[in-house]
Design a binder for this molecule. Structure first.
Ligand SMILES: NC(=O)c1ccc[n+]([C@@H]2O[C@H](COP(=O)([O-])OP(=O)(O)OC[C@H]3O[C@@H](n4cnc5c(N)ncnc54)[C@H](O)[C@@H]3O)[C@@H](O)[C@H]2O)c1
Ligand SMILES: O=P(O)(O)OC[C@H]1O[C@H](O[C@H]2[C@H](O)[C@@H](O)[C@@H](O)O[C@@H]2CO)[C@H](O)[C@@H](O)[C@@H]1O
Ligand SMILES: [Mn+2]
Length: 449
């Protein structure tokens, strides 16, 4: 059994490989292959991956390559997590909209649309390469962002691909819920959820007969945050809490759950809804000269590559060099459910086909599904109220227009996608942002006419 990681040079690769190695027996994995287009970055990351496997006395073989055939041949699982244009482009995705007074975020608003246009065709290329070389019953589990746009592009261009798009935000929220309520077993919480990627709501969270959605709603209303007290205490002393790469900026995010919940206490919101429902507050809280991309480069990326340099010099790996937790566990558990036909429940991004009754069948939605050897068996969520439907349909239309515009090379469609995004106040602002984005993305975007 072979698992290939696309974006082998990612800051998340060590944590993911550790999660795989911890499940070596259940996954029956014999080899992990790292594939990236940046040979140097991947080589450095592979040193720490190699150390992890040796430290765990794992029998897993490690292959590191920039050759597609070597990467995919007979592979059963392909974990994709590439960042097209790397952090340098993420910084532009965040800073260009902010210069125009709009939300500057890597997966939401104009930044997400820009990142989407960069990632769409490289993702299709991964699917085609995998289909050419991998095992016929392979699965591609995709984390590469922006997952909403990427999944729509896969649906439109490769509808039969064996791909499941996923996001770690729902599980990360459940972990926070567990920490706030002092219940460590967050992976056993039973949930219902509906929405789009980075745009959804928990309708139920239960555990051993307890209504955790009601308990956490009360907690957030009382404490005005979804930050658990232990993290809050540590954040007061340091800018970052290494274990979960939680920097100061995350304080705004977890606190904004309170503001969103105040505006609608019916369901627990995904943290990313802040960018659409609190756009003005978020722009005011942002520093246009120092965005999340800068924070990540100065923390998670810096810690990893300094940690690797330290390892090269001393043979020691320090604790803060890499993060291991819910992110890697989620993708490895999903692979285990597919391989061993466990029918465990996961929140995944799939084509709607009636899962949300009054949303179009061709929408890519994020909902819970039982995962077995044949893929996701979606759990229907019934009809949703106008409030959610209206918000989702606006966002969906923006993402669909973007993908159609990217495929057709249509400036008009992409401009419409930017204009109708809820984070953008006017078509003229949308055009100004789009024109700057075209310039910044020359190397990556399809030509728009
Ligand atoms: N879906 C989720 O919830 C979720 C969670 C965390 C991270 N992510 C995503 O995972 C990805 C990696 O994040 P990161 O912060 O570690 O980024 P990173 O920049 O550290 O790593 C990304 C790697 O992808 C490589 N890459 C770029 N284009 C490629 C291509 N065409 N083929 C193969 N490799 C390519 C880069 O060279 C780089 O080594 C991003 O897309 C990020 O948004 C998604
Ligand atoms: O700003 P980043 O690069 O640190 O994170 C962006 C990603 O944020 C989400 O995943 C987080 C998760 O929320 C957090 O609790 C922890 O587990 O780390 C994850 C990765 O940072 C989101 O789901 C991803 O799509 C974003 O890429
Ligand atoms: Mn996500």
């Amino acid at each position: 059994m072979i698992i290939t990681i696309v974006g082998g040079g990612s800051t998340f690769t060590p944590g993911i490989v550790k999660s795989i190695a911890l499940r070596q027996k259940e996954l029956e994995v014999e080899e992990v292959r790292l594939f990236d287009i940046d040979e140097d970055r991947q080589y450095k990351v592979s040193l720490v991956v190699d150390w992890i496997l040796k430290d765990m006395k794992s029998p897993i073989r490690l292959t590191v390559t920039t050759d597609k055939r070597t990467a995919y041949e007979n592979s059963s699982f392909i974990f994709a997590q590439m960042r097209v244009g790397k952090y340098a482009m993420r910084e532009k995705d965040e800073k260009i909209p902010l210069r125009h007074g709009c939300v500057g975020q890597e997966t939401c608003g104009c930044g997400g649309l820009a990142y989407g246009l960069r990632t769409l065709f490289p993702m299709i290329q991964v699917i085609d390469d995998v289909e050419k070389y991998a095992a016929p019953d392979h699965w591609i589990l995709n984390y590469s962002n922006p997952a909403a746009v990427v999944s729509e592009a896969c649906r439109a261009l490769r509808p039969h691909a064996r791909i499941i798009n996923i996001c770690d935000m729902p599980i990360a929220i459940l972990e926070m819920v567990g920490r706030c309520l002092d219940i460590p077993n967050f992976t056993d919480f039973d949930v219902n959820y509906f929405g789009l990627n980075h745009f959804g709501w928990f309708t139920d969270i239960t555990y051993q007969g307890r209504d955790l959605k009601a308990e956490i709603t009360e907690y957030v209303m009382k404490n005005k945050t979804l930050l658990p007290p232990d993290v809050l205490e540590k954040l007061k002393e340091h800018d970052r809490v290494g274990e979960r790469h939680l920097n100061a900026s995350w304080i705004h995010t977890w606190n904004n759950v309170y503001k969103v919940l105040q505006s609608n206490p019916e369901y627990l919101p995904n943290t990313y809804l802040q960018y659409y429902l609190l756009s003005k507050d978020v722009v005011e809280e942002s520093n246009p000269e120092y965005t999340r991309a800068n924070e990540v480069m100065d923390s998670r990326e810096k810690d990893l590559f300094e940690g690797i340099d330290h390892y090269i010099k001393t043979g020691e790996v320090t604790a803060k060099a890499f993060y291991h937790g819910a992110h890697g566990n989620y993708i490895a558990d999903l692979a285990m459910a597919l391989k061993n036909d466990t029918k465990k429940k996961f929140i995944v991004i799939v084509q709607n086909n009636g899962a949300i009754e009054n949303i179009a069948p061709d929408a890519m939605v994020e909902v819970p599904a039982y995962i077995g050897k044949n893929g996701p068996e979606v759990i229907c969520q019934g009809p949703i109220d106008d409030y959610y439907k209206g918000l989702m349909e606006q966002q969906l239309a923006s993402e669909k227009l973007l993908v159609a515009g990217g495929i057709e090379g249509s400036y008009e469609k992409v401009w419409k996608a930017f204009s109708m995004n809820k984070t953008v106040p006017s078509a003229t602002v949308a055009k100004a942002i789009l024109d700057e984005m075209i310039e910044a993305n020359k190397e990556f975007w399809p030509e728009l006419r």
